[in-house]
Design a protein around this ligand. Sequence first.
Ligand code: AFD
Ligand code: MN
Ligand code: MN
Length: 433
Amino acid sequence: MARAVLDPQWLAEHNALLRPALEQDYEALARQLARRGLDAEALVARAQRFAVAIPSWGVGTGGTRFGRFPQPGEPRDLQEKLEDCAVVQQLVRVTPTVSLHVPWDRPADPARVRRDATELGLAFDAMNSNTFEDHTAGERSYKFGSLTHVDAAVREQAIALNVECIELGQALGSAALTVWIGDGGNFPGQIHLRHAFDRYLDSLRKIAAKLPSDWRMFLEHKLCEPAFYSTVNQDWGTSYAAASAVGPQCSCLVDLGHHAPNVNIELIVARLIQLGKLGGFHFNDSKYGDDDLDSGSIKPFQLFLIFHELVSAEVEQVKGFAPAYLLDQSHNVTDPLESLMSSANEVQRAFVKALLVDRARLAECQARNDALLALTTLKDAYETDVRPLLGMARLRSGGAIDPVGAYRASGWRALCADRRPASRRGSAGGIVG
Ligand code: AFD
Ligand code: MN
Ligand code: MN
């Protein structure tokens, strides 16, 4: 039995106040769904099984290159970050795993960290390697690249960090490595475009050679930043080519903020599924670029359409389809725990709404080229208010009917402000969006 950070008795009392209204709303929704041939109970069970990982760098306040505005009670070390993750999980019950960024959160004693996490009811998701900034004085600099650097010694150092991530991950019980590099050029002519990609493949193969047989490796592409002229792994096509060249354990990770404006991300998702190379997601939202805004805050319909593709693949039992889900956001102006809770809820909501799509009717519409009714079919699902269903799923899983409300009432932030004095507070990690 995991150790509950917030008092379960207190949470039960908080839920008791909201429960009568939830039950009424749930019954009304269940009747509506039944008319549409959908079983609310089965949907609650599906919602309960949904999971999305929390980034260790997401529980501290994020920053931009213009500054960071820390708030009281921020976690100062990995142990405190795990405690915060456990609070989120206790209330939402869909975030049972944590994804670490190394060296931001390099565990000195991984076996102990694993025990601590298990005690809190948490496990570890994909490991993330950071070779986009220099860590200690004297090491070879990543200023001009890491895995694609012109100097083989710098590449070796970056490869070694990725191998260290794999080893740490093995000790932690993780089974995946996500590689995102900032490598690229800021000036035309700065790098040899083809040779840099060759070096990328060569480095990736060396990392992949160290993967345990049950591990996966995800390549995360990004249009630009920090390289503003040419990024080595810049788009999904490049990422797909690289993942294919590296081998079967390697696939592509889609971060929702890493595309050119107005790109059809759900189409990219469909293509990668079809090609057997969709590894996972970094969920966030964006208006202009890699904004790292909270999931579902700007384009909830896009999130739904992405999940429509994911659920389609599940329903059609596409071979090898098992994408990893992680939130990757930078919380600059909110309490990070509140953002994580509401974002997990948004992602879960998109998933549940995608389950409501009348796929038989959609197929008929497509077969007779009925564009309008096809869209209406999707909108019927998208516009259904599934909040009672999500609340019921959380309640039955032991979480909070209203996670943010419960969190505020719990006084956790104020407690942390006392327990975690600012003088000892280190970097919260996560300076890059
Ligand atoms: C980047 C990527 C990547 C990386 C992160 C660091 O989204 O996932 O780990 O920033 O904060 O933009
Ligand atoms: Mn990302
Ligand atoms: Mn990003």
